[in-house]
Write a protein that binds this ligand. Structure first.
Ligand SMILES: [Zn+2]
Length: 230
């Protein structure tokens, strides 16, 4: 969720969460309020989203409209935002890095907060430059972070377009995890493609949600991620 303070965006997201297309519980991974944004209203909405599905942190390191970090300590920002969410009593259990940014220090911060991570993608986001920090994974995996710390990685596998194309073929993977931006719901065609894609997915596969997976899924795959991108 990029813009939960926008009335139109929030209204559409909240309605989708209530409708549960395909029988799916939709998780809300929310960008915390930036300076100058209405923190009270943000909290009200986060509490509402929390009643309807799993809640997660979506960090934008640079600005509301600039997700990836440009300077500073990315892991420290995650820790600070996670502690703030805890201090206001929100039950946050998931993380997704803005612009799919992910490095081993961020992974450690996410694990220490007790979250599962969804920043890995099964596809290479087209806008990333060669060598940009990012994790590509096909299936749920334990990331070994050193010092006995590990992180449950539940990769994002489908964009709205990939989900809609899946309507014409089987979804061949253990877990299908589709993502969208709340702002996509402003576009009628994208919103319709998402609803139809989820409805078909619900017919073809067993519905679960990120919280259930976090509780019950024990991946067969393990990968060492300690300093792998440093
Ligand atoms: Zn974002």
């Amino acid at each position: 969720m990029e813009r939960p303070l926008d009335e139109e965006v929030w209204g559409r997201f909240s309605q989708l969460q209530r409708r549960r297309p395909g029988g799916f519980t939709i998780a809300a991974l929310m960008r915390p309020p930036a300076g100058g944004e209405d923190g009270e209203r943000w909290l009200e909405r986060a509490r509402e989203a929390e009643k309807l599905g799993p809640l997660g942190l979506h960090t934008h390191w640079t600005a509301p409209d600039h997700a990836r970090p440009t300077t500073g300590d990315p892991a420290a920002v995650v820790r600070e935002q996670g502690e703030w969410l805890r201090s206001v009593g929100l039950d946050v259990r998931l993380f997704c890095g803005g612009g799919w940014y992910f490095d081993s220090d961020v992974a450690r911060a996410v694990a220490e907060l007790g979250y599962a991570d969804c920043t890995a993608t099964s596809f290479r986001p087209s806008y990333l430059e060669d060598g940009a920090a990012h994790l590509q994974l096909q299936e749920p995996t334990w990331l070994e972070l050193g010092n006995e710390l590990r992180l449950l990685e539940l990769p994002t596998t489908h964009s709205i377009g990939m989900l809609a194309r899946g309507v014409w073929g089987p979804f061949r993977r253990q877990v299908v995890h589709a993502y969208f931006h709340d702002t996509d719901l402003l576009d009628r065609r994208r919103a319709a493609a998402l609803r139809v894609g989820l409805a078909f997915l619900g017919l073809k596969r067993t519905a679960t949600d990120l919280r259930e997976l976090q509780r019950g899924l024990r991946p067969a795959n393990t990968m060492s991620f300690a300093n792998s991108l440093a």
